[in-house]
Design a protein around this ligand. Structure first.
Ligand SMILES: Nc1nc2c(ncn2[C@@H]2O[C@H](COP(=O)(O)OP(=O)(O)OP(=O)(O)O)[C@@H](O)[C@H]2O)c(=O)[nH]1
Length: 311
């Protein structure tokens, strides 16, 4: 590893730690609040399990983690630092199979980006554009959330920032027609990655389902294998509500991966672990801020260590 890339890695790890500090403080405070050094008995395990559930890791994960701890250390003296370290290791093991960055397999690789309004879809698309453009890929954006003029404008701004083309039409335009044009244009312009923004009006689930199905149908006319990914963007601050959003969007489209945003503004970062445990869907990337570089491919160990605040 070169010096600059190791610096960059350290820099990002620090940003991830800072971003996750609200979640990790909640967790570590509750763990150290229970004890500093104590014999590991049933009562302590129950308290730890409760602390994990309160930090949004979910009952199934909480049970798994405390079982792993009991297997090794039951009836022995443990310190809270040891417990956090062991939890971090177990969480990393659990997250490892779902840590899968977006892989570009086609040219153009077509990604439909879905999620409820305000979850961070547009911002995520802008950040992904920057990330892949930085890796030398040719990226194009399609402003498919034609329901809101502001969403189109916002995507244009992100496109300008990342210096990538944005295919957009006016408010109320047909998103499927727009997606068709965007893919046709992407093919003609030798684009590697086409990211399509979509509306997120869950209030009208049937309408949204129809709209997304139509986009898929229409882009298949240009490339029968498209879309190659359907990323669901989830806002971590909604906590447990993220579970029902996954349930609903899985009915609406073939979700192939998750992006979890706003981990910096939330004490509910543990929900990512619960989602991984429950759905097993790939976690493609995480967002820990509003800036263009605040999105990174998801790495299990870094996340687990940051969440448990262990070095
Ligand atoms: N703190 C923080 N804010 C974020 C992050 N990602 C997105 N945001 C903010 O969340 C707000 C909503 O993001 P958008 O990208 O507009 O969300 P959207 O899903 O496209 O919403 P609509 O355009 O309403 O469909 C914006 O103010 C973003 O700056 C993140 O990782 N951290």
């Amino acid at each position: 590893m070169t010096n600059s890339s190791s610096n960059e890695k350290r820099g990002w790890f620090q940003r991830l730690k800072d971003g996750l500090s609200r979640s990790s403080t909640k967790l570590t405070d509750s763990i150290t609040g229970i004890f500093t050094k104590r014999k590991l008995d049933r009562a302590l395990l129950d308290e730890l399990e409760e602390a994990l559930i309160a930090a949004d890791l979910g009952p199934a994960t909480a049970e798994k983690l405390t079982k792993a701890l009991a297997k090794d250390r039951f009836d022995k003296e443990v310190t809270s630092d040891e417990v956090r370290r062991l939890f971090a290791d177990e969480i990393a093991k659990l997250l490892d199979p779902v840590a899968k960055p977006l892989v570009i397999t086609q040219k153009p690789h077509v990604v439909l980006v879905v999620g409820v309004n305000g979850s961070g879809k547009t911002t995520t698309i802008g950040k992904l554009a920057r990330l892949y453009q930085g890796q030398g890929k040719r990226v194009m954006l399609a402003a498919g959330d034609t329901f809101r003029a502001a969403a189109v404008e916002q995507l244009k701004i992100w496109g300008e920032r990342a210096n990538v083309p944005v295919i957009a039409r006016g408010e109320g335009a047909d998103p499927a027609g727009l997606a068709f044009d965007a893919l046709t244009e992407a093919k003609a312009s030798d684009i590697d990655l086409l990211l399509i923004d979509t509306a997120g009006r869950l209030q009208n689930k049937a309408g949204l389902m129809e709209e997304l199905a139509k986009i898929v149908r229409v882009i298949k006319k240009v490339d029968p294998s498209a879309p190659h990914d359907c990323l669901l963007v989830l806002d971590a601050t909604v906590g447990q509500n993220a579970h029902s959003q996954v349930d609903i969007f899985k009915q609406i489209c073939q979700v192939s991966g998750l992006v979890i945003t706003k981990l910096d503004g939330s004490a509910k970062g543990g929900v990512l672990v619960a989602l991984a445990e429950r759905f097993g869907l790939p976690v493609v990337a995480i967002g820990v801020g509003e800036g263009q570089d605040d999105l990174k491919p998801f790495a299990a160990q870094e996340f687990a260590r940051s969440l448990m605040d262990v070095a």
